[in-house]
Write a protein that binds this ligand. Sequence first.
Ligand code: PLP
Length: 668
Amino acid sequence: MEKIYFVSGIDTGVGKSFATGAMARFLRERGVAVTTLKLVQTGNEGFSEDIALHRTIMGVEPTVEDRELITAPQIFKFPSSPHLAAELESRKFEPSAVDAALETLLKKYSPVLVEGAGGLAVPLSGEELTIDFAAARSWPLILVSSGRLGSLNHTILSIEAAAARNMRVAGVVYNYCDEADPVIDRDTPRMIIRALERHGYPPALVRLDKIVPGGKVTSDFSAIFGMDGTRESFRKKMVMSDYKLHRNLERDRKVLWHPYASATNPPPVFFASGAAGTRIRISEGKTLIDGVSSWWCMCHGHNHPHIVEMIRRQAESLTQVMFAGFTHEPAIRLAEQMNRRTPPGLKKLFFVDSGSVAVECALKLAIEYQQAAGFPARRRFATVRGGYHGDTFAAMSVSDPGGMHRMFSGMTAENFFAPRPECRFGDEWDPEDFAAMERLLDEHARETAAVIIEPIFQGANGMRFYHPQYLRELRRACTERGILLILDEVATGFGRLGRFFAAEYAEVVADIVCIGKGLTGGALPLAAVISSEAVAERVSDGDPGILMHGPTFMANPLACAAGCASLELFDEYDWRLRVREIESALRSGLGALRTEDNVADVRVLGAVGVLELRRMPTPERVHAAALESGVWLRPFGSWLYTMPPFITPPEEIGRIIDAMAALARVDK
Ligand code: PLP
């Protein structure tokens, strides 16, 4: 039970004082040292008739505190809203008088039921409404409603106003009223309970039975005060915000299916109620540092004001238009801005809505190119083991066959796989590392349309960095055989490894590049295929001379506006320096964990830090650890990794490293 409850009507004259008195009597009869206080009394002089009514219903004499006017610290003569009543006496409502009275009462009583004046929106002074006064003090709210016409509207509005201020609603007292229409009287309580549940409040609605002053109180208010067994233990465990959270997660489980998860036995999830910068808010007052940039895309942090503002402005003029038959400013501008960042020759940009679809589209483009070039048999792809290019079928067909999609083996197109590059980034180049790929291309040159590879960093199926020379060899080998080179920069583009594109480490220019994730700074879904002029011209000169692809939401104006804003940000701060600083912190912090029993390998490049573990923590352990450490990490396979937003300050990088260290040490 709380120390203070705020009892408000949903309107004036709904029986607030009766309800307050009845609740106080109910508690008193159960041995609880309860008392009541009137927030502000109007229409009286020198005494409070509401407090007097409470005492009559409670069946007690006025207390010492009543006589000393502690339980009614502010009384005004004129029967009106407190702000007006006070003004007519050239006085003011004094919040400190209420706080002082409560301080005195709480020495002897608990709880104190504070009865308001009228409804929640009643002004206490020129500036402050009753609800704001109560919300600022975090008082749980008990609403008194009734069965009269119009009450439902007022009750639901009151519940919504409380929810909007993050107030706890302990329950609703429903004042049964004689003149209520029986049909309305049946419906109203049901609808009130629904409104409570909708906002994650306990469905605590108690009917106030008719009260004869001095007679018995028969209503059972235990649900409101958490005195029934289940709610009591429930309340002990959770504060209200957690209760709301719990309700939201229950709703989630009924209707949603999360990625890479069971629908019936899903792993735990957090409820994200907002995000800013490096933090995701998971409940009132609780945030998690986003250690994985929300699946590697949030380069400048969450809800960056510039990106949000550009999306907002764009929303005022054009949110979506089909890209067949139309074009628009954000798409043109974003393509122009990308053009300035890609090597000359990589010119034509085709927007899609996700990285996987960018890969699909790039593969189709390669087939179309080879057809147009007179090599229709070239319809397959070569790649390396340990790669990942997305979850759609063609993307799976070029991802590691033994990796996360192995359950679909045999159902995807057959492509050619060379062993993964073994020579690490930073090690001395071993020419042998490329030999197997060279042989593979020799063997299948006549069937191979393109090689697709993630440049420098194999992500979701490997979390490894390889030698840039591998890419140079690949470029040479492809050119020699008329095979296209597709670089999948979906994960590595936009600065993640310390260069704007990872291919810059090898100074290699692809024929086709896939981008996604960081393209909008992570704010909205957008991806693209960038094609060389040569490929674009060849396909367009061929038969039928068109790129056979066209997603409904391609080049969505809001996403393009976000993309423009994000690229502007890359010019505004020294992101390279930030990535270098993150890299050196990760090198020393994660490097120190090499000696841990459970750590098989440590790899760092740019703003990516990976611990390869021998034993992985369970999803439940990861979830609990996030709450303990305040850091969000999502280990998978045998990798515990971080890819923080570039704006993450050193202190938070330190916390990420500590959280990784704690998880790496976990035994099971
Ligand atoms: N390509 C690479 C290299 C990726 O890392 C990913 C996603 O992680 C994709 C493609 C697929 O992108 P999306 O999840 O947007 O479909």
